[in-house]
Write a protein that binds this ligand. Structure first.
Ligand code: FAD
Length: 491
């Protein structure tokens, strides 16, 4: 077994990992990043689109795993989209250098200040809204669609219809910023460059246009010369050594998932950025298998960020529906957050099926009144999620209210085509919590009961943030790593 000593290891290359890597490398630290997924840029393999799921579409599975439009014969490959199936909920995550930024829809939403203050009462909200949020919007290359382009482009009929109908039903809409380069999209529309968002590319990767982390934070970090990214390296367990350093048991795999080498990494400082589910798996499994110390708060306050999918069929079927051509990048939302009875935010989502299905898809984000808990089952060697229908009662009520009001004003039916009963309570894109900032960790993400271990990813957020989460995850990571470096944690 190969045995390597390195000063700082980061596990995972999503938002938390990419921010930590850049700031540590800028401070002159040598960093090794271990990522179980593939480095797609280096591999030079193109991503597939929604209509033709291929290599990138699923993490080592024999069929594709999107919420809709699946095919059933894939050769297992280390694709970028994975689905973790629990009893009452399925959680989708990204795998690859760039983590969730490779698969996600790029919606870059800053949370409402009042809700941010409610969720993080101990953080200095002024500093976040004047400094960290603007900083991450800049680093992530967040931009907004041109209103005239939106008005004219046939690929955004679904947004125009969605907004019109929302207004008719008395809802307020909002423009949603994105990391997809809208100037690039205008060029694709004019056929000056290869198409991506206008060629049904999303969740299996975007070949062009999207500023995922490999093009922003990670690229900058690599340019310092201080970062080494080892892809297809999956950390199995962590051990705490007597001198308070860590030993990682790592498996290197090939693109068909076959073990290439068992490796051991020893590090003085360890940052867990494996995403909410990945970080919890590492901590709880290491605890169960080799007595790795974990604080009692680990696994507590888990939530689905109020994710609740629903849809409507027969939306304007006679006047052209929602459009046969659809951009994959959402730019519209309905903001009902201030309604005390039914507070929710919903994305007006595309459904680019290559034909006009006259169907509208919505991903609601709700408050999470009742949080869940993640534990580890030693027998099945997997995570258990304490989460069922009782956790989503209010979310379903909100979805029902929303669909009824939309249908009453505009016609249409609840979408039984997309979901059983018209409701997708079991679809989660935003797992959050389990290592809550200031509870399982100190105020800057250093894990309690440890001296050299930090958690910097979505698990710091207590189960809900009221909007799509990556802007918040990135901002919190910036705040934590800045302060950890200032406190000389990494000398
Ligand atoms: P991640 O981005 O999940 O990164 C974790 C990384 O760690 C992964 O690359 C993983 O492979 C790696 N890893 C895990 N375990 C190990 C291990 N044991 N060893 C080595 N590596 C490991 N959010 C938004 O804000 N806007 C959106 O529009 C949006 N759309 C989404 C659409 C989809 C389909 C999905 C699935 C998510 C979407 N999200 C969106 C959510 C967003 O992508 C996530 O919240 C975000 O990526 C989480 O960031 P993170 O830093 O916590 O971890």
């Amino acid at each position: 077994t190969e045995n390597t000593d390195v000063p700082i290891v980061i596990i995972g290359s999503g938002y938390g990992g990419a921010v930590s890597a850049l700031r540590l490398c800028e401070a002159g630290k040598k960093v090794v990043m271990l990522e179980m997924g593939l480095n797609w840029e280096k591999a030079g393999i193109p991503f597939s689109n929604l209509l033709k799921p291929g290599k990138s579409s699923a993490w080592l599975k024999k069929k594709s795993i999107a919420p809709f439009m699946n095919i059933f014969s894939l050769t297992p490959f280390t694709g970028i989209l994975d689905r973790l199936d629990f009893e009452h909920i399925n959680i989708w995550v990204g795998r690859g250098v760039g983590g969730g930024s490779l698969v996600n829809g790029g919606m870059a939403v800053t949370p409402k200040e009042s809700y941010f203050k409610e969720i993080f009462p101990d953080l200095d909200a002024d500093k976040f809204y004047s400094h960290y949020f603007p900083l991450v919007r800049e680093e992530l290359k967040v931009n907004v669609i041109d209103e005239q382009f939106l008005k004219d482009c046939p690929y955004y009929k679904f947004t125009r219809v969605g907004e019109e109908e929302a207004h008719k039903a008395g809802f307020k809409t909002m423009r949603v910023p994105n990391v997809y380069d809208f100037k690039y999209m205008e060029k694709e529309f004019r056929n000056e460059v290869p198409r991506s968002a206008l060629n049904t590319e999303v969740i299996y990767g975007n070949n062009y246009g999207k500023n995922s982390l490999d093009k922003t934070y990670l690229r900058k970090a690599l340019e310092t010369g201080n970062l080494e990214i080892l892809d297809l390296h999956r950390v199995q367990t962590i051990q705490l050594n007597d001198d308070k350093s860590y030993t990682l048991n790592v498996q290197q795999i090939d693109t068909s998932g076959i073990l290439v080498a068992d490796k051991v990494f020893n590090c003085k400082k360890l940052i867990l950025s494996a995403g909410t589910m990945g970080t919890l798996q590492l901590l709880l499994q290491s605890h169960a298998e080799n007595n790795f110390p974990v604080h009692e708060k680990i696994g507590k306050k888990w939530g689905n960020n109020g994710n609740f999918m629903t849809g409507r069929n027969w939306v304007k079927p006679l006047s052209g529906g929602t459009g046969a051509k659809q951009s994959t990048i959402p730019v519209g939302g309905i903001d009902n957050w201030e309604d005390p009875e039914h507070p929710f935010f919903t994305e007006i989502a595309p459904l680019p099926m290559g034909m006009d299905v006259a169907t509208a898809l919505y991903l609601l984000i709700n408050r999470v009144d009742k949080k869940g808990e993640v534990t580890y089952n030693k027998t099945s060697q997997s995570l258990t999620l304490n989460w069922d229908k009782s956790n989503t009662v209010k979310m379903k009520e909100n979805a029902q209210y929303f669909i009824r009001k939309m249908n009453k004003a505009n016609g249409g039916t609840r979408s039984h085509l997309l979901f059983n009963n018209g409701f997708g309570a079991d679809i989660c894109y935003h797992p959050l919590g389990g290592c809550v900032l200031g509870e399982a960790t100190n105020e800057f993400g250093k894990l309690k009961n440890h001296e050299n271990l930090y958690v910097l990813d979505g698990s710091l957020i207590p189960g809900t943030i009221g909007v799509n989460p990556f802007v918040t995850i990135t901002a919190i990571a910036e705040y934590c790593i800045e302060n950890l470096i200032k406190q000389n944690e990494f000398v």
